[in-house]
Design a protein around this ligand. Structure first.
Ligand code: DX5
Ligand code: ZN
Length: 228
């Protein structure tokens, strides 16, 4: 399982430095939470800020759009160096057009769901998106607690994807720490987003390896149990 570092809880006075530090500490990609103050109450940053730190790392840039009209952000994010663009099904805007626009730009497209939205509501998009992002907190703020009842939804999505033979990856975002990362790993999650757990730790490298280790141990336990 891969780890994406959410930079929402960064010290923005040294944003570039934080991203450089994260990329040498073992994360697999950088996750940018773009908020418009309308889809969610807060405003974070946009394409200009993302572009300004593109040179800080070779790691893929993943943008999680928490905005009301995602399609209008696609061009500037592509220009800023985004590799993966994810937006919410609850934006209720031009979903298919947005997916198509992202893919036509040569980037990976993802669809995200809030905790209150059913897995079934995104079934129709599973064959055409690269990734589905399951929120395990209400979007809008870092540092919240992982909502345990989302585990069932992850299971439903995994079953549907496997049953239909889709290549869609499952990503989980919100409240990830060294304990719940193993639950995600055992469910077959491909990517976990972690923000506060990494950025608030005294040693980023240790925090990232603790996420990767718990997921390794879980996998090892699963493999071991297959032989019994
Ligand atoms: C919440 C964001 C998340 C969040 C992750 O709206 O999408 O990416 O900031 O950070 P933690 O790990 O603090 O929940
Ligand atoms: Zn996010």
């Amino acid at each position: 399982m891969k780890i994406a570092a959410s930079v929402l809880s960064s010290d923005f006075s040294k944003f570039g430095e934080e991203i450089k530090k994260l990329s040498i500490s073992g994360v697999d990609m950088i996750h940018f939470d773009v908020m418009d103050g309308c889809f969610v109450p807060e405003i974070s940053f946009g394409a200009g800020v993302i572009k300004s730190v593109r040179h800080c790392t070779f790691l893929p840039f993943e943008v999680h759009l928490m905005v009301s009209r995602p399609i209008s952000f696609v061009n500037s994010l592509v220009n800023a160096g985004a590799d993966i663009i994810i937006f919410h099904v609850e934006s209720k805007s031009e979903i298919l057009e947005t997916i198509e626009k992202i893919k036509k730009s040569g980037k990976k497209a993802g669809i995200s769901i809030k905790p209150g939205t059913s897995a079934e509501s995104i079934f129709e998009y599973l064959p055409i998106v690269d990734v589905v992002l399951v929120m395990t907190v209400e979007p809008g703020f870092g540092g919240q607690k992982f909502i345990e009842n989302q585990i069932e939804k992850i299971g439903i999505l995994k079953e549907k994807i496997d049953f239909c033979g889709f290549k869609t990856l499952i990503e989980v975002d919100g409240g990830i720490n060294a304990q719940n990362v193993s639950i995600c790993s055992s469910l077959g999650v491909d990517i976990c987003v972690a923000g506060t757990y990494i950025l608030n730790s005294s040693n980023m490298e240790n925090a990232i390896s603790s996420l990767k280790d718990s997921n390794f141990h879980q996998k090892y336990r699963r493999r071991a149990s297959c032989f019994c």
